[in-house]
Design a protein around this ligand. Structure first.
Ligand code: PBG
Length: 327
């Protein structure tokens, strides 16, 4: 006779809270923020309802509201004018450039906030690629890109960045960046590596926000093939050896299996990036009244914790933190 009755553990809110295996708190969240030049500017991103490009002064305001809600970290992405972009991402190392200036302002205003900065050429590149493009062949040049990435990471560290996040997927970049940071005395700057970053169509709205879509071709020679899973473990082993502090999976929702697989094979903390397209889908369906946007958001964020993430980069961070505070 089978007398198991799993429903006993679901009979009341109290007992459900006792047997709950994973939970979501504001401290799990990292808020990506888009920066534009100027002051007092809040320019909505059309394909991401509720998200804006902020000028540096308003970034400080937004980050301080997030921090007060318990969100410990922001990840910054600069949206540059075309005139500042070139084929070798020169603007990325400008100590007075938009990103570096914003990092300084943030760390002065909110020293306890963790400021993370993205390391990849695309926001600064006239080609819209994460590495340097050989214009004769269209190839994305790995080793030539490493110098640019390392210089970018050092410039960000010098401005006060606490965590650099290489999102470029060039081979060997974690070790290269670690060495450059250490040589410049930035032993305490962490590396959150975009370990398993897939060549995904879910990045569309983000590329709208930064106007950073590739001018030619796609990112399939460096970002991973969505069909692959073992390859994520290979990337993971390399990032561990190269000295990454935190490993990331991206996108989130369609790659929960990758997250869970990585959880079973590493002792390092794991992050997941709930990307722009995932955000846009929820917002669009909720606007039509086809789903309950708030409930779907919380279910989605909880699924990342259940699958093994220690932290979640999400455009929902503020909304979720506000809701979590009420309950
Ligand atoms: C750039 C970068 C991308 C995202 C984060 N860093 C876009 C891309 O690789 O084309 C996407 C984030 C999102 O869609 O929310 N290296």
């Amino acid at each position: 006779m089978n007398n198991a009755r799993p429903r006993r553990n679901r009979k009341s809110n109290a007992i459900r809270s006792m047997v709950r295996e994973s939970s979501l708190t504001a401290a799990d969240l990292i808020a990506p923020l888009f920066i534009i030049e100027g002051s007092g500017l809040n320019v909505p991103v059309e394909s991401m309802p509720g998200q804006s490009r902020f000028s540096p002064d308003l970034i400080v305001k937004e980050a301080s509201e997030l921090f007060d809600l318990g969100v410990p970290c922001v990840s910054l992405f600069p949206a540059l004018e075309d005139g500042l972009k070139d084929s070798v991402a020169s603007e990325s190392t400008n100590p007075d450039g938009l990103l570096q200036r914003t990092v300084k302002m943030l760390k002065e205003a909110l020293p306890e906030l963790m400021v993370m900065t993205d390391v990849a050429l695309d926001p600064y590149s006239s080609d819209g690629h994460d590495g340097i493009v050989d214009h004769a062949t269209g190839e994305i040049l790995n080793d030539q890109s490493l110098d640019v990435l390392a210089n970018m990471a050092v410039a960000q560290a010098r401005a006060g960045s606490d965590i650099v996040g290489p999102s470029d997927m060039m081979d060997g970049r974690v070790a290269f960046i670690r060495k450059a940071l250490d040589e410049e005395g930035f032993q305490n700057v962490s590396i959150m590596s975009y370990t398993a970053k897939y060549a995904s169509a879910f990045y569309g709205p983000f590329r709208d926000a930064l106007d950073s879509a590739p001018k030619k071709g796609d990112k399939k020679t460096y970002q991973m093939d969505p069909s692959n899973s073992r390859e994520a473990l290979l990337e993971m082993q390399l990032d561990e050896k190269e000295g990454a502090d935190i490993l990331m999976v991206k996108p989130g929702l369609p790659y929960l299996d990758i997250l869970s697989e990585m959880r079973n094979h590493t002792h390092l903390p794991l992050a997941v990036y709930n990307v722009s397209g995932e955000y846009a889908m929820v917002k669009a369906a909720a606007e039509r009244g086809w789903i309950d946007g708030e409930k779907v958001m919380l279910e989605m964020l909880t699924s990342f914790k259940r699958a093994g993430a220690d932290m979640v980069l999400s455009y929902f961070s503020k909304e979720a933190a506000q809701l979590l505070r009420q309950v």
